[in-house]
Design a protein around this ligand. Sequence first.
Ligand SMILES: [Zn+2]
Length: 344
Amino acid sequence: MNSIINDLELDENLKKQAEELAVEYRFESWEHVDQVLYAYAKIKGFVWRLQNTYYRADGDISKKVFECSHSGMPRMRKSNNPNKTRNTTSSRVGCTCYINICWPKYDSNPCVTTFESNHKNHNLNIITANNHNEINDPDSDAFWLLEKLEIQQKDDPGMFIAKKIHQGRLFHIFWMDSNQQDLYQRYYDVIVTDNTSRTNRYQMALCFFVGVDNRNHTRIFAQALLSDETSSSYVWVLEQLLKANNGILPTVLLSDADTGLDAAIKNFLPNVKHVHCIFHIRQNLDRHVQRSLGENYTEFLSKFYSVRNSLNETLFNIRWEQLIELFPCANDYLMGTLDKIKES
Ligand SMILES: [Zn+2]
């Protein structure tokens, strides 16, 4: 569940909606799903875990499966010290509560398709219902991650760890070991940053900073887990990157076309040359203009790449105008989105 939602006081309306949760319950949006499910769990005294997210070919979410955080079987976790195994009780005790929510393409709302509301092998507890990434709860993954990083930091005192805690919960975390700092400080000229977007059970974004070393090997310079992908969260990550590396700025920063990151770089690192990665631009073309262009899409792509490969700005602008004239169906996206960022 999104941490921000956890800060909301449950209003009466949301409580009422949570009490109506059942098969065929219809939500307004995925955000509304999170709100109602959060309210339901808070009232009952447990925590949901996002078990899986399914996507349609157009990139939109078609289905989400949530399960009680007590479902599944215990995982073995050992600390780096073989004599010290964590003697905490796992929260995974084989509970069977889960809910499927589907949003088929032909439907206007997400809807509950399966709901197993009975819990097994654990008590419902209203007080502990918020603890799944509570940093002081020894059974939470957040506690475990911090413990693991702190053990690593003892062997590597130069390791940089920054965390943002919000109401006792891990909101963001960023870390770079000394070797990564050394690599960044040598090869900071071109840095690529990318996220895996909320594919884990806490719906946190895993953010990487990657570069290439003198042997042409791709190296991970830094990593972070973020509770959201807003521009202020990206500013926080960029601040940590600079703090860990004596303020050394990347010369060129490549990213996907994430609007939050775009805004953060523009405001926080105005002197860094920021460019969008062609791989992501191409992915977005598939998503936004392939359907409207139909069989003309292949021809469009070949013309698009010839614009991209222009050797000077004048030629680029001429070809860009021609592309817009030739493919009016793609105009909305080309003019509305890409035109604003074509410099990059
Ligand atoms: Zn349960």
